[in-house]
Design a protein around this ligand. Sequence first.
Ligand code: TXA
Ligand code: MG
Length: 318
Amino acid sequence: MTVDQFSLETRCLPFGEGALTLAVRTLLAGEPVALPSETVYGLAADATNARAVAAIYAAKGRPSFNPLIVHVVDRAMAEAVADFSLEARRLADAFWPGPLTLVLPRRADGPVCDLATAGLPTVALRMPDHSAMRAVIAACGRPLAAPSANRSGSISPTSATHVLASLGGRIPLIIDGGPTTEGIESTIVALGTDGIRILRPGPITAEQLSATGAAILSGGADEAIEAPGQLASHYCPDKPLRLEAKSAADGEFLIGFGAMASDYNLSEAGDLVEAAANLFAALHEADSSDARSIAVAAVPNVGIGVAINDRLARAAMR
Ligand code: TXA
Ligand code: MG
């Protein structure tokens, strides 16, 4: 299977009724669509569908999984995804819709899939201030995960032309909403009990955040949350993990790939996008099982398999 070879026809439509209808149909079918926001263009997918989120990574050719920002259209949708403290509500009141992302505890009964948060107990949430993106989220009726709409390692796109140059042939649809107004990615803020921490500086400044009465803790990212971009904080199993297993040894939980007997098969069909979609759920299940340790079958190191193997290698190093 050639998961890293794409030969899609990429349509690029100006935002309007027809584009909206097609974007919603494509997203609800589990495929990614590039959408304009006020910061940068995002490569959006249904945040409740792990396969759809995996398709983002495949299209970007991203060699590792980072937790993604989940985009919502209103507070009701936001509060179904995450638990809001009073401080979180104050910041949302002050800056939403707009270029501020809040990292909040993920609701256990929330709709967002494990892959979108890279298995973390927190979720990064943002309510964008762009009519096209807002219309698409509202019409989908569900939150959309969206990193910047560019190939991994290249610069963030601020126009549909940038997106086409980077992802043409790899995604089915780009909605053109003109050049973005902010031009840089949203400010990301983590909320703690003693104050807030700016994880990624962006259009909403420290001064603006302070003006709401928020206490800003210095030091930026703490050791648990590394610099955005090379964020290593993912869910990591507590149990020892063995790679390239062909079968389970005594006391092992076997995570399989392809046609093989296992306790949890990432993809019986050997489909790497499906495997990526199942990865964090499989690790959670293995960790909470009665088994003493975890074994994982070999996963081909091509396409999104590179990101799966990156993640597994980190989990095995613990
Ligand atoms: O402006 C933006 O924020 C753009 C547009 C498209 O909305 N989106 C964007 O998304 O930049 P993305 O997925 O590339 O940002 C991901 C970053 C990660 O690198 C990480 O720093 C942070 O968001 N992040 C996501 N979830 C997190 C979490 N649970 N804890 C800490 N940081 C998190
Ligand atoms: Mg990016």
